[in-house]
Write a protein that binds this ligand. Structure first.
Ligand code: ME8
Length: 507
C-alpha cells in the first residue's frame, strides 16, 4: 500500500473573479501534490469554493441574480483558470454541494448535542466586505484592520461554539507538536496574540441573512462562516460517515493557507476537531501575500487582471514558475508583470530553454541524433555528474521543509552548471577534430542525462515544459523510481525541436 498525502488549499470566496493571489496558493499546492505523486504517494489534493455569506448575497442582489447564479458564473471561470494552469486537483468542493450542506448540518447538531454549541446573543463590530467580526482593540483608527473600511455594531440572537473550553488543550497540542504551524513566527503570533490572552467563544450562526446552510433545529439561523467553511476538509471525505476515504486520507498532511487565515486554521479548526474527537491535521502552512504596488491584491480593491491574460501572453509555465520561484515561501513578495517577464527571461529562457536547445542541436549536428555513453570520464564530468546525482535528495529535503523556491533554486543551479560545462568543454572546438569524437560524445551524453534528470523533477513544477523536454529527448516521462537509471542511448532524431521559451520583450 502506498503512503497517502492529503493536501488542501483554502476554499476561496467566489465573490469576485479569482486573481493571481489565488493562483499563488493553488499553484504551490499543485506542485507539492505532483511532487508527492511522482514520489509514489497516494495523493488527495483538494481545492474549492466557499460560497455562502452576506457579501455574496449582497453582490448577487446588486446584479439582479440569485446567489447561486452569481457564484456559478465565477466558479465556471475559476475551473477554467485551474485547467489552464494545469492544476491537478483530485476534488473540487463547493459549499453549496448538497452533500456538504447536509454533512455540515449533522456536524452542527452533533456539537450542539454535545453541549459545545449553545444559544446566546451576539454583539459585535462587523465588516461587511471582509465578513469579519472585530473586537474594539483590533480596529485600526476605528476601522476594519483588513480593509480600512467602516464597521457596524450588530446585536442578534446567535449560536456559539465553546472555543474557550479548548484553550488548554490547544496550548498542550502546540507544545507537543512544534511543527504544526509553519513558519514558526506564525505559531508565536497565535500563541502570544490569541491563545494566551484567552479565547472567547465563537459565534457560529446568523439570523440577519439567508444565504447559508440552515440550522436544522432552529431554521431562522444559518450556519455562519467557519463551521460551514472549515469542515469542507472532512465533508469531502464523507464525514460524519466514517467512509473508507475518510479513514484513508484524514488527518490532512498539509493545509496550505494565506497568513490572514492561519488563525482560523490553527485555533478554530483544531478546536472543532477536538470537539468532534477527530485527529488534527499534521501541518498548517501560512504563506505570505503577493502584493501589488505595496498593497495586497484584493477583490475589494479591484487592483488586478484576470490571470488568464498572463497565461495567454507568456505561457502557463511562466506563471507557474514565477509563483513557485520568485518569493521565499512564507514571506510577502511583490508581483508585477515586469518581474514576471524578467524571471521568465532570466531562468526559463536563458538558463533552461537555451541549454535544452543547444544540447539537442549539438547531438543532432555532431552525432546524427544518436548519443550514447562512452564511459570515459574526466574530472569536470564527475563534478557535473555529482551535482546531478545529489539533486533529487536535495530537492526532496527542500520540499519536506516546504522551501519551494529553494527547491527550484537547486534545480536551476544544476542547469546553470550545465551551461557552464558547455562553456568549459567547448563542444564546438572538440567537434573540429575527429580524435576528440569520444570526448565530445561524453560531454553531450552527460548533458542529456543532466537534462533528463532535471526534467523528471521539473514535472512537478512546470509539467508542460517538462513534457516538451521529454519529447525533445524522444524519451518517455518517468516518475522518481527510476530517475537515476541511465538511458543507454539517446536517439534524438533529426529535427531541431522548437524553443521552449521565446525571449519576451518588455514594452
Ligand atoms: O479567505 N497573495 O477566501 P479568499 C497570496 N473563504 N495569496 C492570496 C492573496 C494574495 N494577495 N490573495 C488571496 C477565504 N490569496 C476563505 C477561506 S478556508 C476554509 C476559507 C489566497 O477568497 C490565500 O491562500 O479570501 C488566501 O488565504 C486565500 O487566497 C483567501 O481566499
Amino acid at each position: 500500500m502506498n503512503k497517502k498525502y492529503y493536501i488542501t488549499t483554502p476554499i476561496y470566496y467566489p465573490s469576485a473573479e479569482f486573481h493571481i493571489g489565488h493562483c499563488y496558493t493553488t499553484i504551490i499546492a499543485d506542485a507539492i501534490a505532483r511532487y508527492k505523486r511522482l514520489a509514489g504517494y497516494d495523493v488527495f489534493f483538494q481545492t474549492g469554493t466557499d460560497e455562502h455569506g452576506l457579501k455574496i448575497e449582497t453582490k448577487a442582489k446588486e446584479k439582479g441574480v440569485t446567489p447561486k447564479e452569481y457564484v456559478d458564473e465565477i466558479i465556471a471561470n475559476a475551473k477554467d483558470l485551474w485547467q489552464q494552469l494545469n492544476i491537478s486537483y483530485d476534488y473540487f468542493i463547493r459549499t453549496t454541494d448538497e452533500h456538504h450542506m447536509t454533512r455540515v448540518q449533522e456536524i452542527f447538531k452533533k456539537l450542539y448535542d454535545k453541549g459545545d454549541i449553545y444559544k446566546g446573543e451576539y454583539k459585535g463590530l462587523y465588516c461587511v466586505p471582509c465578513e469579519s467580526f472585530w473586537t474594539e482593540s483590533q480596529l485600526v483608527d476605528g476601522k476594519c484592520p483588513d480593509c480600512g473600511r467602516d464597521v457596524n455594531l450588530v446585536a442578534e440572537e446567535a449560536y456559539f461554539f465553546r472555543l474557550s473550553k479548548y484553550q488548554k488543550q490547544l496550548e498542550d497540542f502546540y507544545e507537543q507538536n512544534p511543527d504544526f504551524i509553519a513558519p514558526v513566527s506564525r505559531k508565536n503570533e497565535m500563541l502570544n496574540n490569541f491563545i494566551r490572552p484567552g479565547l472567547e467563544d465563537l459565534c457560529v450562526s446568523r439570523t440577519s441573512f439567508k444565504w447559508g446552510i440552515p440550522v436544522t433545529f432552529d431554521e431562522k439561523h444559518v450556519i455562519y462562516v467557519w463551521i460551514d467553511a472549515l469542515t469542507n476538509y472532512i465533508t469531502s471525505l464523507g464525514y460524519p460517515d466514517i467512509t473508507p476515504e475518510f479513514e484513508k486520507y484524514w488527518p490532512a498532511d498539509l493545509h496550505l493557507v494565506g497568513k490572514e487565515i492561519v488563525r482560523f486554521h490553527t485555533i478554530i479548526w483544531p478546536a472543532l476537531l477536538m470537539a468532534l474527537d477527530l485527529p488534527l491535521p499534521k501541518k498548517v502552512f501560512g504563506h505570505g501575500w503577493l502584493i501589488i504596488d505595496g498593497g495586497k491584491i484584493s477583490k475589494s480593491l479591484g487592483n488586478y487582471k484576470d490571470p488568464r491574460e498572463y497565461i495567454n501572453a507568456y505561457g502557463v509555465d511562466a506563471v507557474r514558475y514565477f509563483a513557485l520561484r520568485e518569493v521565499p515561501f512564507g514571506s510577502d513578495g511583490n508581483f508585477s508583470e515586469s518581474s514576471l517577464i524578467t524571471r521568465t527571461n532570466a531562468d526559463l529562457c536563458n538558463i533552461l530553454g537555451n541549454l535544452v536547445s543547444r544540447t539537442i542541436q549539438m547531438g543532432i549536428k555532431y552525432f546524427d541524433g544518436n548519443v550514447k555513453n562512452p564511459k570515459v570520464y574526466a574530472d569536470i564530468d564527475e563534478d557535473l555528474k555529482n551535482s546531478v546525482n545529489t539533486l533529487k535528495d536535495k530537492v526532496d529535503q527542500k520540499i519536506e521543509e516546504l522551501k519551494i523556491n529553494e527547491a527550484l533554486e537547486e534545480i536551476f543551479d544544476v542547469l546553470r552548471k550545465c551551461n557552464k560545462y558547455i562553456d568549459d568543454t567547448t563542444p564546438w572546438v572538440l567537434a573540429k577534430d575527429e580524435e576528440n569524437k569520444t570526448r565530445l560524445e561524453t560531454v553531450l551524453y552527460n548533458l542529456l542525462e543532466a537534462i533528463r534528470v532535471c526534467a523528471t523533477i521539473l514535472q512537478a513544477f512546470i509539467p508542460e515544459t517538462a513534457d516538451k523536454i521529454f519529447k525533445g529527448l524522444k524519451i518517455d516521462n518517468n516518475n522518481f523510481d527510476n530517475i537515476y537509471e541511465s538511458v543507454f542511448e539517446y536517439q534524438l532524431g533529426s529535427e531541431k525541436p522548437a524553443n521552449l521559451f521565446e525571449r519576451i520583450k518588455e514594452e
